[in-house]
Design a protein around this ligand. Structure first.
Ligand code: HEM
Length: 196
């Protein structure tokens, strides 16, 4: 079984390879493998934590938008089209996800209006939303594992559907029962109907 020799630094796999003499032509390969196995200084094989509160949300949001900034599809939308002020956007997103996950955080923005504003300026279609979701899901999976990690990915998918449909004025795929995933079907059936 894989085990980290020093969780803060390097994993047992790397230590084992490094303890044997490495031929010169293999050294670069070993370096590359070491970089691939480490993410933010942590071994990727280590058991990942779940999201338990604000600290993990901040880590997730910071890592996600670091990736967004250099992403070939999304980067220019934030940096050039919206000219996002990251100092104000990041805390807003911490509050948003804290509110979604824990009902704390006090998010009071208007995501539909914020995205609708972008439609006349740049493509905000299914392709962009699917790409956003793919990046968000892989960021969650790189950092976390567990019930809340799964839940936040499902919430992101729901939100992406809502925002995409509203800003492009197409029917929300959530309301076509044929399009519901088994997870959505089970979750929506638990929502209480408002009293008549
Ligand atoms: C194509 C995909 C998306 C793009 C390109 C995009 C881009 C943006 C941009 C440019 C802003 C404004 C930032 C600023 O203040 O300059 C924004 C705000 C925001 N986005 Fe997105 N976004 C996308 C998808 C999503 C999704 C799926 C969610 C939710 C899961 C989301 C949640 C938010 C929220 C909560 C805000 C802040 C709204 C406010 O100011 O009230 N975004 N987004």
């Amino acid at each position: 079984m894989h085990q980290c020799a020093d969780p803060a630094q390097r994993c047992a796999f790397i230590v084992r390879s490094a303890s044997a003499p490495i031929p010169a032509h293999k050294a670069a390969q070993t370096e590359k493998r070491q970089a691939l196995l480490m993410l933010h200084g942590k071994c990727m094989f280590e058991a990942k934590p779940d999201i338990t509160g604000r600290t993990e949300i901040e880590t997730l949001v910071n890592t996600f938008y670091d990736r967004v900034c250099t992403d070939e599809v999304l980067g220019f939308i934030f940096n050039d089209v919206a000219q996002t002020n990251w100092t104000t956007h990041l805390p807003k997103m911490y509050a948003f996800w804290e509110t979604v996950l824990f009902r704390t955080g006090g998010f009071t923005g208007n995501p539909i209006a914020a995205h609708a504003k972008l439609v006349p300026q740049t493509a905000m279609g299914r392709a962009q939303f699917d790409h956003w979701l793919q990046l968000f899901r892989s960021t969650v999976d790189d950092l976390f594992a567990g019930e809340r990690a799964e839940h936040i990915k499902n919430c992101a998918a729901d939100m992406a559907n809502v925002i995409y449909s509203r800003i492009n004025q197409v029917p929300d795929p959530r309301f076509d029962p044929a399009n519901l995933t088994p997870e959505q079907r089970a979750r929506y059936s638990r929502y209480q109907q408002p009293a008549a």
